[in-house]
Ligand binder design. Structure first.
Ligand code: ATP
Ligand code: MG
Length: 394
């Protein structure tokens, strides 16, 4: 079956009142972006409160659907068959052929729903639905009609140029179109949680930038590559992600040298937040995002989170805060980051981590410990910022 068009259904953006067109336009832009590079010629446009993608000639159906399923804001993707209007008898035959091909199992209930944009058509919508329903029942006696709760709703749209038939609704990613809700800075590690956190905030229409802290030679080039790969997977949903790679080695060594070892992790995390916030403000991000979840590790107790927030002026968004590890793993698997996240490469935090980190840090004590960094830390932070490497992940 050749699907020539996709009808794209959207959810929440439908209730945005006067700003609705902005969301629709953003959605059309995101659909065009998502289909860039897919084999085929596509035309995405909005028409009468709906969004369509026309596919000209041959195209890669599987890949097209896969890409559209990554567009935030879409709740359903309906592959549509376009039929030349060759009269009603032909339409009956075509609808029967459609049912035969799309539903070979036949053990189902259905109804026909007709929309008639072409008012000159010889029958009204109700008559068309009844007649086409009858045609299907005649051809397949095992199929039954259920007008209240059918397994399949066969949509038939009579338009001026052709007749459109569809019944499948492939689930979309939901959320809001990318770029309609500002931008935020994701602290992206090579772990399981932070890519999921980035995905979740991006799904609300927020554009994503990312910062990764590496510690060569303690962490390898391959570990960095893994983070770039994760940024690219997130970008498949969120749109291009600008990844800032910060060399954190000297700062870590200096903290290791000067501060109590049980406070290392928390102090390191405070410097990560400070540096990420610097890049966030520089590029107009309105918040920071981390993959923290209450109680998961010592640095994620309520006290540790408070000690981390202490250095941030921007709001810190932690979308997985209330999720169990397994919940996060489930999302990572669904969005395709899991396999990359579990590749075994060293993480800069695990190398310098203490055997018994403080689990209930007191902000005043941590601040005092940081005073012993006074001599060189400003300069080290400045160097880390000045030597940042930027990777455009898309
Ligand atoms: P993840 O699976 O996201 O790595 P985690 O469970 O390993 O999280 P931590 O290592 O405590 O937890 O990190 C908590 C959060 O801090 C991460 O989710 C991430 O947002 C940020 N973070 C940790 N390490 C780095 C790093 N090297 N670069 C950038 N951000 C980091
Ligand atoms: Mg980690």
């Amino acid at each position: 079956m050749q699907f020539s068009t996709f009808l794209l259904k959207y959810g929440e953006i439908g209730v945005k009142g006067k700003n609705r067109y902005l969301f629709e336009d953003a959605l059309v832009r995101q659909v065009r972006r998502a289909l860039r590079g897919v084999d085929g010629t596509f035309k995405a446009y909005k028409s009468q409160g709906r969004i369509y993608v026309d596919c000209e000639g041959g195209y890669d159906y599987e890949e097209t659907v896969e890409r559209l399923q990554k567009v935030f804001g879409l709740v359903g993707i309906c592959p549509v068959v376009r039929l030349e209007d060759k009269g009603f008898e032909e339409l009956r035959k075509s609808v029967v052929a459609y049912m035969a091909e799309v539903y070979p199992e036949r053990d189902l209930t259905f109804k026909v729903e007709t929309r008639r944009a072409k008012k000159t058509y010889p029958k009204n919508s109700m008559e068309i639905s009844c007649d086409l329903g009858e045609a299907v029942l005649e051809a397949f006696p095992e199929i039954r009609v259920d007008v209240h709760d059918p397994d399949v709703t066969l949509h038939v749209e009579i338009r001026t140029d052709a007749v459109y038939v569809y019944s499948q609704v492939i689930p979309g990613a939901g959320g809001m179109p990318s770029g309609t809700n500002g931008k935020a800075m994701l602290l992206l590690s090579g772990g399981i949680d932070s890519p999921v956190a980035g995905y979740m905030i991006a799904r609300r229409g927020v554009g994503i930038e990312a910062t990764y802290f590496h510690a060569p030679p303690y962490t390898s080039e391959r570990a960095k590559q893994k983070v770039a790969d994760l940024a690219r997977i997130v970008a498949g949903y969120a749109g291009p992600v600008k990844l800032h790679v910060v060399n954190f080695t000297d700062i870590q060594l200096y903290i290791y040298d000067k501060c109590p070892h049980d406070e290392l992790t928390i102090i390191m995390r405070r410097y990560m937040m400070r540096i990420a916030e610097h890049f966030a403000k520089e590029s107009g991000c309105l918040g920071l995002i981390t993959g923290e979840s209450i109680g998961q590790v010592a640095s994620q107790t309520m006290q540790s989170l408070a000690a981390t927030d202490d250095v941030c002026a921007l709001p810190v968004y932690r979308p997985v805060i209330g999720l169990d590890k397994q919940d996060i793993v489930d999302i990572a698997q669904k969005i395709g980051t899991f396999e990359t996240s579990i590749q075994p490469f060293e993480d800069c935090c695990t190398i310098f981590v203490a055997k018994h980190p403080v689990t209930k840090p007191r902000v005043d004590i941590i601040r005092r410990s940081e005073e012993s960094l006074e001599e060189k830390i400003e300069e080290l932070v400045k160097t880390a910022i000045d030597t940042v490497e930027v990777i455009e992940a898309e």
